[in-house]
Design a protein around this ligand. Structure first.
Ligand SMILES: NC(=O)c1ccc[n+]([C@@H]2O[C@H](COP(=O)([O-])OP(=O)(O)OC[C@H]3O[C@@H](n4cnc5c(N)ncnc54)[C@H](OP(=O)(O)O)[C@@H]3O)[C@@H](O)[C@H]2O)c1
Length: 185
């Protein structure tokens, strides 16, 4: 686990039935919904405390498709790691690093780069579960959309035991912060 000052946090939006994207990686169920930018659960507020980011390849590909459609620059100012087994074209204008395999080695680099700020595990659910299984995930923070989609990409791909720390509301979303309990419990 990281120190009490800096946490490793999997923050994501999810459907009520535990999916973070449809089977074809669509996020329409999420992006169409109302958020309150002044909520204590707002994404901007969370991002202000983040010093390093890690995401899986599908999530990176979604970001790149979204950027291609919108013409946006790379979203993140923080050093960002993409976990993949495949070649990847690193976007211009961002600090994007490519990694593969053991999440513990990547985590150590991220904590170093984060300089005392939090590490954000963006997703997907397999990567977040790998951090949890390695004992490297401190918290899971969910924004739960009022929708079920029946199937899709899992929120957490594996058994992860959690303890509720806090809850609230952000626009249409029910929000919850959980502590990750040790894998053996
Ligand atoms: N609702 C939200 O707020 C939210 C948040 C995050 C993501 N999303 C969406 O959810 C979906 C997640 O997709 P996903 O379930 O496929 O998860 P993902 O983690 O984005 O991508 C999985 C892929 O990442 C690579 N990977 C993961 N761990 C690795 C490791 N340790 N070493 C090497 N490569 C590794 C592998 O790709 P290769 O082997 O093919 O390289 C793996 O197939 C995406 O559509 C994303 O846009 C939604």
């Amino acid at each position: 686990m990281t120190s009490s000052a800096a946490k490793t946090v999997y923050t994501t939006a999810t459907t009520l039935d535990g999916f973070i994207a449809t089977d074809d990686h669509d996020l329409g169920w999420l992006l169409s919904r109302r958020l309150d930018e002044d909520s204590p659960w707002s994404h901007d507020r969370f991002m202000a405390g983040v010093g390093a980011i890690v995401m899986g390849r599908s999530t990176f590909d979604w970001v790149e498709r979204h950027r291609a459609e919108s013409g946006d620059a790379w979203f993140y100012t923080q050093p960002s790691w993409v976990m993949t087994h495949r070649e990847l074209e690193v976007p211009e204008g961002g600090d994007v690093r490519v990694a593969s395999g053991d999440v513990a080695a990547v985590h150590a680099e991220m904590v170093e780069a984060a300089g005392g700020r939090d590490v954000w595990v963006v997703g997907g659910g397999g990567l977040a579960a790998a951090f949890a299984a390695a004992g490297l995930l401190d918290e899971v923070v969910l924004s739960i959309a009022p929708v079920t989609i029946g199937s899709g990409m899992p929120l957490l791909d594996g058994k992860v035991e959690l303890e509720l720390l806090d809850s609230g509301v952000n626009g249409e979303f029910l929000c919850a912060r959980y502590q990750v309990l040790p894998a053996s419990t």
